[in-house]
Design a protein around this ligand. Structure first.
Ligand code: IVH
Length: 680
């Protein structure tokens, strides 16, 4: 380094420290200290220095995270301390027997007043195990577990993972430290990766674990660098230090202080009953986590006790994994049906041999569209992997080709609508195929009427899906406007329709005539116009005439309305059939007050997003929603970092815990009612 000026050396060291610090704040603590743009500036400055003085570059330079030259093959790595696996427990009984064996070996009493054994409870992350070696605080090697004794050297790849420190910080840095942990792909990263694969017509990953494993197996670390992998540390292999911790929990605390990410839900508890309680709590939270876990790991906390307990074959006696129900299962595709939706979209639906997965029995799954069928290469009769993780709908993740039966049948996408026989058409560049029958198609008419009558739309009580099917099939009604012509006598003759319920329905239809502009707009079933957009249109234009006359440009001036939605709105009102239905509805007496644009000007909750969860006792959920929307708030069904406020009633579950973990403010119903009173 002889020819590098001293001030450059100093600047370089300072920059590296600062970047490593900011990296830790961002990727480990989720608490960025500076704006991204400032981080980028520092990074560019570092790279400029390194370009000018390449001899500066060290293994712990943040610039090394972008990936380097591709390898020809991975080298082998011998683990000096074997990487063990864990015994599994599938029930409370098996967990209790685990504790009994431990206490027997330690000559402990499990009687009532005896001291309890302390355990650390950790989510069992569903990713790939990794070993990271640090010499004097600098990352020198990353390796896979392999068979536990010999793994592969993936140093170049692990360096690209931002939550892995390249250099340890803090006090008492050990001379030698081998950290073990799990590399995994959070759901958002997995979804983005698969969406990109679908867009490119490539094969998708079955689950985040496979995607993480595939990402680490890349010989070209630049590919790994592009994958949003994370790492949580959960134990230590080799360790040479003057200061030795006494418990596993202390060791985790030290790891955190040196810059590693430790799972946020790790807890120390006393006794196996508390372990059980932790398990139930985490089982409830599992769906709201943004990464996959497949169970809980319990570890005896005191390291001396761990030593006394030792190992059997390939697993420690002092730890056990209590598994959750599987989120993936194998089943058979029995048939594919094609459903026609409100907008004519023809959707293939897989009929499956019922299978219990992710806590529910699944017998149907959407196949989305023709591209998806092609991409999966799926045939009727195939064995398929069904995945249901989080609270998402079940997906067919993969076909098990090895099990394809000889009589497997190709899936033929229909050329004609299965309901009205009109040609099915697919617009260039669109994935969705649609029935071209429009309102001649019974399926589309039925869906349009069901949507019109639904609770959030015109709210016609008693007009259920079965009844709509019947009314259309019997040719009593042909459009939503015909609903207002129905006479009680026409209904009374129908299957399972008593005189009383016929009269009730006619009354419900009558009372639905008083509505709001927002609901009316939503009821029309304009493509991409949901409840919120209905409300936005009503607020921005004030009257149906103004919405009908709005040009694309005017629509685009409204925040929240993009070009696609604007196009659907304009197209809808250009269609004379739609205009005559609107006219017929108004002639029948459907009416609403025009929106007072002056009142709109002072919407105190404009720009905010609220979430209602749990049950509400004082007011109905629909009422709560109406009130919030009238105040200008958007009401959403899911909690994110952007949520302004959550109202949680009794029985609130995953949304509440998500709000808590994201530190979104939460109020109960009483507080909510009080808040509304202040807004009157
Ligand atoms: S401890 C000797 N803790 O589960 C103890 N393992 O069969 C070794 N895993 O592939 C593991 N989360 O990668 C431990 N909090 C956790 C874990 C965990 C996930 C994985 C580990 C290994 C498997 C154990």
């Amino acid at each position: 380094m002889a020819n590098i000026p001293e001030h450059v050396l100093q600047q370089y060291e300072r920059l590296k420290d600062e970047l490593n610090y900011n990296n830790h704040r961002y990727y480990v603590l989720d608490d960025p200290s500076i704006p991204d743009i400032e981080y980028d500036r520092q990074m560019r400055l570092l790279q400029t220095l390194e370009d000018e003085y390449p001899s500066l570059i060290t293994a712990d330079s943040p610039s090394q995270r972008v990936g380097g030259e591709a390898l020809v093959a991975f080298e082998q790595v011998r683990h000096d301390v074997a990487m063990l696996s864990l015994e599994n427990a599938f029930s409370s009984e098996e967990l209790e027997s685990f504790e009994r064996k431990i206490s027997d070996r330690l000559n402990y009493s499990l009687s009532q007043d005896a001291p309890l054994i302390d355990y650390v409870c950790e989510p069992k992350l569903d990713g790939v195990a990794v070993s990271l070696l640090y010499q004097s605080g600098v990352l020198v090697r990353g390796a896979t577990r392999g068979d536990g004794t010999v793994g592969e050297d993936i140093t170049n790849n692990v360096r690209t993972i931002k939550s892995i420190p390249l250099k340890l910080h803090g006090d008492n840095i050990p001379e030698l430290l081998e950290v073990r942990g799990e590399i995994y792909l959070p759901h958002a990263g997995f979804d983005a990766l698969n969406a990109a694969a679908v867009a490119a017509g490539e094969k998708t990953f079955v689950n985040p674990r496979n995607a993480a494993a595939g990402s680490l197996r890349q010989l070209d670390s630049k590919i790994t660098a592009g994958r949003p992998l994370e790492m949580c540390a959960y134990s230590v292999g080799q360790f040479q230090s003057d200061a030795a911790p006494e418990t596993h929990f202390q060791m985790l605390e030290s790891l955190a202080s040196w810059g590693f990410k430790i799972n946020e839900h790790v807890e120390r508890v006393s006794g196996i009953a508390a372990c059980e309680e932790y398990y139930s709590r985490m089982a409830q939270r599992r769906d709201s986590l943004n990464y996959d876990i497949d169970g809980i790991v319990y570890k005896v906390d005191v390291l001396k006790l761990q030593q006394r307990l030792g190992f059997v074959a390939k697993a420690p006696r002092w730890a056990i994994a209590r598994k959750f129900p599987a989120q993936e299962e194998i089943t058979r595709l029995l048939d594919v049906e094609f459903q026609v939706g409100r907008t004519g979209a023809v959707t293939p639906v897989a009929r499956l041999e019922p299978v219990f997965v992710g806590g529910v029995t699944v017998s149907n799954a959407t196949l989305h569209n023709a591209d998806e069928i092609e991409r999966l290469g799926i045939c009727i009769g195939d064995s398929v992997i069904i995945r249901r993780a989080g609270d998402v709908i079940p997906q067919i993740a993969k076909v098990v080709l090895e099990r394809r039966p000889a009589d497997a049948q190709e899936i033929v996408f229909p050329e004609h609508c299965p309901v009205c026989q009109s040609p099915v058409k697919r617009t260039e560049g669109e994935a969705v195929a649609r029935c071209s029958g429009g309102l001649f198609c019974g399926a589309q008419i039925k869906q349009a009427i069901k949507h019109f009558a639904s609770r959030k739309a015109m709210d016609i009580d008693g007009l259920g899906d079965k009844l709509v099917d019947l009314l259309v099939d019997q040719e009593i009604i042909f459009s939503v406007a015909d609903l207002y012509e129905i006479k009680a006598e026409q209904l009374a003759g129908l299957e399972r329709m008593a005189e009383k319920s016929a009269a009730n329905l006619v009354a419900a239809i009558e009372s639905s005539k008083q509505t709001s502009l927002a609901k009316f707009l939503y009821s029309l079933g304009i493509r991409e116009v949901g409840e919120t957009t209905g409300q936005t249109l009503a607020n921005s234009f004030g009257s149906i005439e103004a919405v009908i006359l709005a040009s694309t440009e005017q629509l685009l001036e409204v925040e929240e309305i993009g070009p696609v939605v604007a196009k659907h709105i304009v197209n809808f009102f250009r269609n004379p059939d739609n205009l005559s239905i609107i006219q017929a509805l108004r002639d029948a007496g459907v009416t609403w007050p025009d929106v007072d644009q002056r009142a709109q000007a002072s919407q105190p909750l404009k720009g905010q997003t609220w979430v209602l969860t749990g049950s509400l006792d004082i007011m109905s959920r629909a009422e709560a929603k109406d009130r919030l929307q009238a105040l200008g708030a958007k009401v959403s069904g899911s909690v994110s970092a952007k949520t302004s406020q959550v109202v949680a009633g009794p029985g609130a579950g995953s949304k509440l815990s998500k709000a808590e973990s994201l530190q979104v403010p939460v109020m109960d119903e009483a507080q909510f009612v009080e808040f509304l009173a202040t807004q009157d």
